[in-house]
Ligand binder design. Structure first.
Ligand SMILES: C[S@@+](CC[C@H](N)C(=O)[O-])C[C@H]1O[C@@H](n2cnc3c(N)ncnc32)[C@H](O)[C@@H]1O
Length: 411
């Protein structure tokens, strides 16, 4: 079944490309930047419209009329990205516009991308409240792109919502989609291009550092998060006071070409940047969700939509059963496997409301064919899991937090 998507704040189309590759159908995309819309159309075809999404009276009914299955988008992040005291202005308000458009159209799914710092913003708190009130269960995961197919330690917040779900319903599936090792620049160079010769020979590259960060890295590392000025040559003050951990002097390191930076963001080499000017291209590349990362997230969403995955049970559920209910190890194993069995019967869906979950399983044909005693055991295990989940302190080590911890170590 086609999952029809509307993308808001589509930029040049990084997220759309990844989702399309995963199998989604993009029915409409919006951005107010003419150059981004031009590049989007050139590569992804017709559905990009130039429109200011601030105008939700105009856009809301249009999006609702399209009846998408999913709305995705990366609202502008500059108000969250800046250092020091952040004033949340019109660009932060676009996060609320995103949420309002989702609430108006009410697709089954939404996918929002932003910088990790957005999670502490007032704009996201307001947007979140609207989405929860509209009935979305939320998975809020901070993902490191280098574990999802691009040689770049780009960390971004992804919020995935699905109507009626329990929070964190997709976190374990996102964690399971990670590669075991971060991707390095050397692995990107396995597919050599004509402008890679210097980079491969020199074996180290310079990228404009963030604040007092490191500028030089070897090919056996990932690049840092791509920004508009990533491929700048080292400035005199950096050459005079290099970072102590630079593996070679910045003057001897290769600087990256625009084509290489685009590949570090996961764009294919035949992507056409139109004739929009070099600075605009640098900006679009930096703005993008790396297509392989969007594809990986898209695959995770489609697998759940198709009932092919179920959320992982947390280890502490077993501990809780032992401590509060006196369950033996064998009884804990049984209870867990029954929860998993019930969830498979429910096609991986979790429910914000326990009564709805029990009602839903009663209408599943496979469940009704089970012996009475087995059905009763499955119901009991679902109730126990629900009871455990209801106490927030029981859920302290959520999968998304485990991922964040692993990524912090890998960074
Ligand atoms: C982070 S970028 C999105 C990049 C995109 N997700 C991708 O993968 O290529 C944010 C986009 O929002 C657009 N934008 C900002 N404010 C807007 C508004 N009021 N209406 C429409 N688009 C807007 C910008 O032009 C920019 O392309």
């Amino acid at each position: 079944m086609e999952v029809r998507v509307v993308e808001l704040f589509c930029g040049a189309g990084g997220m759309s490309l990844g989702l399309k590759r995963a199998g989604f159908e993009i029915v409409q995309a919006y951005d107010f930047w003419d150059k981004a819309v031009e590049v989007y159309r050139k590569n992804l075809g017709g559905p990009a419209w130039q429109a200011d999404l601030k105008d939700i009276f105009r856009i809301g009914p249009m999006v609702a009329a399209l009846a998408p299955d999913m709305i995705c988008g990366g609202p502008p992040c500059q108000d969250f990205s800046a250092a020091g005291e952040r004033i949340e202005g019109e660009r932060a308000a676009m996060t609320k516009a995103f949420a309002m458009l989702v609430c108006v159209a009410r697709p089954r799914w939404f996918l929002m991308e932003n910088v990790p710092r957005a999670s502490n913003s007032k704009a996201w708190a307001d947007a979140r409240a609207m989405l929860v009130r509209s009935g979305y269960g939320l998975t809020e995961s901070k993902l490191n792109a280098s574990f999802y197919g691009v040689p770049q330690t780009r960390k971004r917040l992804f919020v995935i919502g699905r109507l009626g779900e329990q929070d964190e319903f997709l976190a374990s599936a996102l964690a399971a989609a990670r590669t075991s090792q971060p991707m390095t620049i050397r692995s990107m160079l396995a597919q050599m291009h004509p402008d890679d010769e210097t980079l491969a020979r020199v074996g180290a590259f310079f990228t404009r550092p963030f604040y007092t960060g490191r500028g030089v890295r070897t090919l056996d590392e990932s690049a840092p998060s791509v920004i508009r000025t990533t491929r700048e040559v080292p400035r005199p003050h950096y050459l005079a006071r290099p970072h102590p951990d630079d593996p070679v002097p910045a003057s001897g390191a290769a600087t990256l070409t625009q084509g290489q930076v685009a590949r570090i963001q996961g764009f294919p080499t035949d992507w056409e940047w139109a004739n929009v000017g070099s600075r605009a291209v640098d900006q679009m590349i930096a703005n993008a969700v790396p297509p392989p990362l969007a594809e990986a997230i898209g695959n995770v969403i489609l697998a759940r939509e198709g009932g092919k995955t179920i959320p992982e049970i947390q280890g502490r559920f077993g501990l809780w059963l032992g401590e509060t209910r006196g369950f033996s190890k064998a009884a804990v194993r049984n209870a867990k496997s029954r929860v998993n069995r019930a969830r498979r019967l429910l096609g991986g869906k979790t429910f914000s409301d326990g009564a709805l979950e029990l009602a839903a399983i009663e209408s599943v044909e496979g469940f009704m064919k089970l012996p009475t005693a087995t059905r009763s055991d499955l119901r009991k295990s679902l109730r126990l899991y629900r009871e455990w989940w209801a106490e927030p302190t029981n859920r302290r080590a959520r999968p998304s937090e485990k991922v964040a911890a692993v990524e912090a170590l890998a960074a």
